[in-house]
Design a protein around this ligand. Structure first.
Ligand code: PMP
Length: 459
């Protein structure tokens, strides 16, 4: 058992944070009267803050990233050894961990062939958008440059990534956006847009309707999350993926799967798309690649896509005119190689599947007793419980009440998340993404905390 860290003098750390740090996703007004939380140390799924408080982290580092848990000496050692040997080289040359990781990764992704390194999920997705645009200009005379994205999906924080945000509230303050990004309907059956029995196929048909409206010849790519994460933990209904994949082939549209959250085991398979037997043209990944121990993202493509960037005698200078300076850091692929090894050696895909089933079953059990839970969804260790004010009308629970549940769990020493902030009124889903190493006792402790919080909420 890991001992709690030596108590720090919390006051100066908290004062420095309050005075100078601008937290992500945060309103700072409350910090005028309450202390910001500053974390000091972690081990496994446990975290300690500067005041010495201990938490069980069901968020894997806040945004579903530290998939292998905290305090992994094996990853730290692999990174240290690599940094001492060669920390960095970028540009028109490779590095040893870059080559080794690409080979190991591609071995998990039949049908894909090439890995392009950068630093964040947003950046990995932008690389795809740039590739699609370059293919459009060089091979289609400027046609097939439009990129389709889906309502409720999220693909990152930069302006072009936000142009493909299906979460309007995240994007609306930051326009105008570049042209050529078009949305298709979401596929969340709980918030059904069509009254049909084959919902998955109907939602896929809705994508075809957009393609026909826009003109198939204008569209180059469709980007989708295999399981929508921040937009409400949406697992597409049966029949969806087969039809989407068929539609893409029919209209010669490249399929880009954003595995930034799902990739590297989060759903119990190496990649979310591998549950569905489909073959993408692009896959992007970031969070779980190095489990948060280094910044790394990958844009993975087929050899057919890669070939389109080779010069020909009649069309020289065809290469992808892009660089990511810190895509040349070797800490990323070194940590990623070790992450891959650990997932395999410790049987973490199997653990994720088993613990994910337990988490879903526990949440379904809570739904039997708490009518405030409208719907339970998820795959592997990415699960959600959508909270409603009224089960019959499905009126969303007020955001303040959802936040009260999150705060109550934190007061009990369990960190959970909620995906409600970006789409007020539509998306009040508790979001649980514990590390892939989670034990039965840890899963139960998470759902026990939610149970107690919901009981207090409705008392
Ligand atoms: N895609 C998805 C599905 C995400 O959830 C996120 C981040 N939450 C991103 C892309 C963007 O990743 P990053 O913050 O590393 O740029």
């Amino acid at each position: 058992m890991h001992a709690a860290p030596i108590p720090q003098d919390a006051a100066p750390i908290i004062a420095a944070d309050r005075a100078h740090v601008w937290h992500h996703l945060s309103q700072h007004k409350p910090y005028e009267t309450t202390d910001p939380r500053v974390f000091v140390e972690g081990k496994g799924m446990r975290l300690w803050d500067a005041t010495g408080r201990e938490f069980l982290d069901a968020t894997s580092g806040g945004v579903w990233t530290v998939n292998l848990g905290y305090g992994r000496a094996d990853i730290a050692r692999a990174v240290q050894e690599q940094l001492l040997r060669l920390p960095y080289y970028a540009g028109a040359a490779g590095t040893v961990p870059g080559a080794r990781y690409a080979e190991a990764l591609i071995a998990k992704m039949p049908g894909l062939a090439r890995v392009y390194y950068s630093n964040s999920g947003s950046e990995a997705n932008e690389k795809v958008y740039k590739m699609v645009r370059q293919i459009s200009h060089r091979h289609h005379g400027g046609r097939k440059g439009k990129i389709l994205f889906r309502e409720r999906d999220y693909h990152g924080t930069t302006i072009a990534a936000l142009a493909t945000s299906g979460q309007a509230q995240r994007a609306e303050q930051y326009g105008p956006f570049p042209d050529g990004f078009v949305s298709v309907p979401h596929c969340l059956e709980y918030r059904a847009q069509w009254d049909v029995s084959n919902y998955g196929e109907r939602a896929a048909d809705a994508i075809e309707e957009v393609i026909l409206r826009e003109g198939p010849d204008s569209i180059g790519c469709l980007v989708l999350e295999p399981i929508t994460a921040g937009g409400g933990v949406i697992v597409p209904p049966a029949g969806y993926w087969e039809k989407v994949s068929h539609i893409c082939r029919k209209y010669n549209i490249l399929l880009h799967l954003d595995e930034v959250v799902c990739g590297l085991g989060r759903t119990g398979a190496w990649f979310g798309y591998q549950h569905y037997g489909i073959q993408p043209d692009f896959v992007t990944m970031a969070k779980g690649v190095a489990s948060g121990y280094a910044a790394i993202s990958c844009t993975v493509t087929t050899e057919a896509v890669f070939e389109l960037f080779k010069d020909t005698p009649t069309d020289p200078l065809c290469h992808f005119r892009d660089i990511s300076t810190f895509g040349g850091c070797t800490a990323g692929p070194a940590a990623a190689l070790e992450t891959l090894r650990i997932i395999e050696d410790e049987g973490l895909l199997e653990n994720t599947t088993r613990m994910g089933e337990r988490l879903l079953a526990n949440l379904r059990d809570l739904a039997e007793r708490h009518t405030v839970i409208g719907d339970v969804r998820g795959k592997g260790l990415f699960c959600g419980a959508e909270l409603v004010a009224d089960r019959r009308t499905k009126e969303p629970l007020a955001e303040a009440k959802v936040q009260a549940v999150v705060a109550d769990c934190a007061a009990q020493g369990v960190l959970i998340g909620a995906t409600n902030r970006s789409i007020p009124g539509l998306n009040t889903t508790l979001c649980l993404a514990p590390a892939l190493i989670a034990s039965e006792a840890e899963i139960d402790r998470i759902t026990d905390a939610i149970d107690a919080a919901l009981t207090r909420l409705t008392a």
